[in-house]
Design a protein around this ligand. Structure first.
Ligand code: KIV
Ligand code: ZN
Length: 516
């Protein structure tokens, strides 16, 4: 069977900065949000849901800054069926080349009775009033009946018809709690296309959550039944089990174009870069076996598979790693490699780095090469990520000394420097080396801090690998993440912890700037 989509172009709506940021423990800084938005534009998404402007000053300001920055992508803000939410989206997205609004209200019996305490009649009246109000400010209004998949179909159709009559031209069907299965979800789109009466062109959009691991399958079923927009996030981050992983949808549509018969505007070769950026800023490592962007997605372990791939890659590869931007140099570097080989290697890995920055990186590469037999592609990626982090950070670890005291106690002295070169030093003891280091850092920053999560991984195989430490902290009730990469586990741990503190400090500075 070949699917018969409503159009030959599927719009990609990215909500990494809104629903994705609802991932427990994830909070992007202002600068990170701008960088993510720019990378999403480069990746080729049609619409970016940049935030929920009425929810906080930070969200409002970052939606506005993204609206001022992007030129080729529609910028959307989320609003409840509340006039002040709609006003906030209007103000925040005003500078955008293509401003958009996404208005929602819950429609399922459980949400009406337990959460909103509204009758169906009241919900219909609210949809009519608020979609019409949004339409006064926006050419394109998107409406979502939250928890659509647990809403009785006749009432869902009534809600959608009301929204369309009030001027909505995009109807999004959220599977808010990830409850639907593919044929059931697909059938909703078929029914809406048959039942909704209008002489305007309506975009039908799918928005799925992954509670049962069906978000991508449900989104693909929606396309088979007339959806022409897919909403989701990079790496599938989001509330609870997350959202539809957009990179999987994009590649699914590309590789199985024979079936879906549609295209997207996605620049597939930017996929890996986009995924890496989100993983880094969200502080969430992509699982090794994750489709498309996981480290193992293009590795072949069994002898039979390796033999097949050597004879013809297509025996076990339905797409090439290069298609999604997984570059491989096959040219391992070592301590004798010079500037030229290093520079060639960077280009082969898809990096376009100016000569001044290459000089800094080359020094760092030499220090890695002194400690490692061969420097692999993954070391180079880690090096670039680490350097970018350090260059952007407000504070960096400058020196670290750890000593065994007695009875399992360790002492640590930490020196930190800020962007202007000022140094701060303190010392502490702890029941282990990392605790001692973190206590010393806490004394420097003097904020109420709780370590929520600490993970350590090796960048490559082998005992000479660099360590990658990720931490999640609560600083004065605000969650921040940090990453540190270094040959020395303690140094990597200190870097991660200081980076998280630096992010908190930078967010505070940003807020003060906004309020001033
Ligand atoms: O999952 C959901 O219902 C949402 C709505 C706000 C569209 O994210
Ligand atoms: Zn959602």
């Amino acid at each position: 069977m070949t699917a018969t989509p409503a159009t030959d172009h599927i719009q990609i709506f990215d909500t990494t900065l809104r629903d994705g940021e609802q991932t427990p423990g994830v909070s992007f800084s202002f600068d990170e949000r701008i960088k993510i938005a720019k990378q999403l534009e480069k990746w080729g998404v049609d619409i970016i849901e940049a935030g929920f402007p009425a929810s906080s000053t930070g969200s409002f300001e970052s939606v506005k800054a993204i609206a001022e920055t992007l030129t080729n992508t529609a910028v959307c803000g989320l609003a409840r069926c509340v006039k002040k939410d709609i006003d906030a989206v209007y103000e925040a997205t005003k500078p955008a080349a293509m401003p958009r609004i996404h208005v929602f209200v819950a429609t399922s019996p459980i949400h009406l009775e337990s959460k909103l305490k509204m009758t169906q009649e009241e919900v219909l009246a609210s949809i009519k009033e608020h979609v019409a109000y949004a339409r006064e400010y926006f050419d394109v209004v998107q409406f979502s009946p939250e928890d659509a998949t647990r809403t009785e179909l006749p009432f869902l159709i009534e809600c959608v018809q009301t929204a369309v009559d009030a001027g909505a031209s995009v109807i999004n069907i959220p599977d808010t709690v990830g409850f639907a299965y593919p044929s059931e979800y697909g059938a909703i789109f078929k029914k809406l296309r048959e039942e909704i009466r209008t002489d305007r062109e309506i975009v039908y959009s799918a928005h799925c959550h992954d509670d049962l691991g069906l978000a991508v399958a449900n989104s693909m079923a929606a396309i088979e039944n007339g959806a022409n927009r897919i909403e989701g996030t990079i790496n599938g981050i989001g509330e609870r089990a997350g959202n539809t992983a957009l990179e999987e949808v994009a590649l699914g549509l590309h590789v199985r174009q024979d079936h879906y018969g549609t295209t997207t505007r996605i620049q597939l070769q930017e996929t890996k870069q986009t995924s890496d950026l989100i993983s880094r800023y969200a502080g969430i490592r992509v699982p090794k076996n994750k489709a498309i962007v996981g480290q193992n997605a293009f590795s072949h372990e069994s002898g039979i598979h390796q033999d097949g791939v050597l004879k013809n890659p297509e025996t076990y590869e339905i797409m090439t790693p290069q298609l999604v931007g997984v570059q491989s140099t096959e040219l391992p570097l070592g301590k004798l490699s010079g500037k030229h080989a290093f520079s060639e290697n960077l280009s082969a890995l898809g990096y376009d780095i100016d000569p001044e920055e290459q000089k800094v990186l080359f020094k760092q590469f030499k220090s890695v090469a002194d400690k490692k037999k061969s420097v692999t592609d993954r070391d180079i990626h880690a090096l670039i990520q680490g350097t970018e982090h350090e260059q952007n950070a407000m504070f960096q670890v400058s020196q670290l000394q750890v000593q065994f005291v007695s009875n399992g106690l360790q002492s640590a002295v930490v020196v930190i420097k800020d962007r202007d070169g000022h140094t701060y030093q303190d010392s502490s003891i702890g029941t282990g080396s990392i605790v001692a280091v973190y206590n010393a850092v806490d004394r420097i920053f003097n904020e109420e801090t709780e370590l929520l999560d600490y993970t350590i991984d090796s960048v490559t195989e082998g005992t000479d690998s660099q360590a990658e430490v990720r931490v999640q902290l609560k600083v004065n009730g605000y969650t921040v993440t940090g990453i540190g990469i270094d040959h020395d586990v303690l140094f990597a741990s200190a870097k991660a912890y200081v980076e998280a503190h630096a992010k908190y400090a930078s967010e505070q500075a940003q807020k003060e700037g906004v309020e001033a």
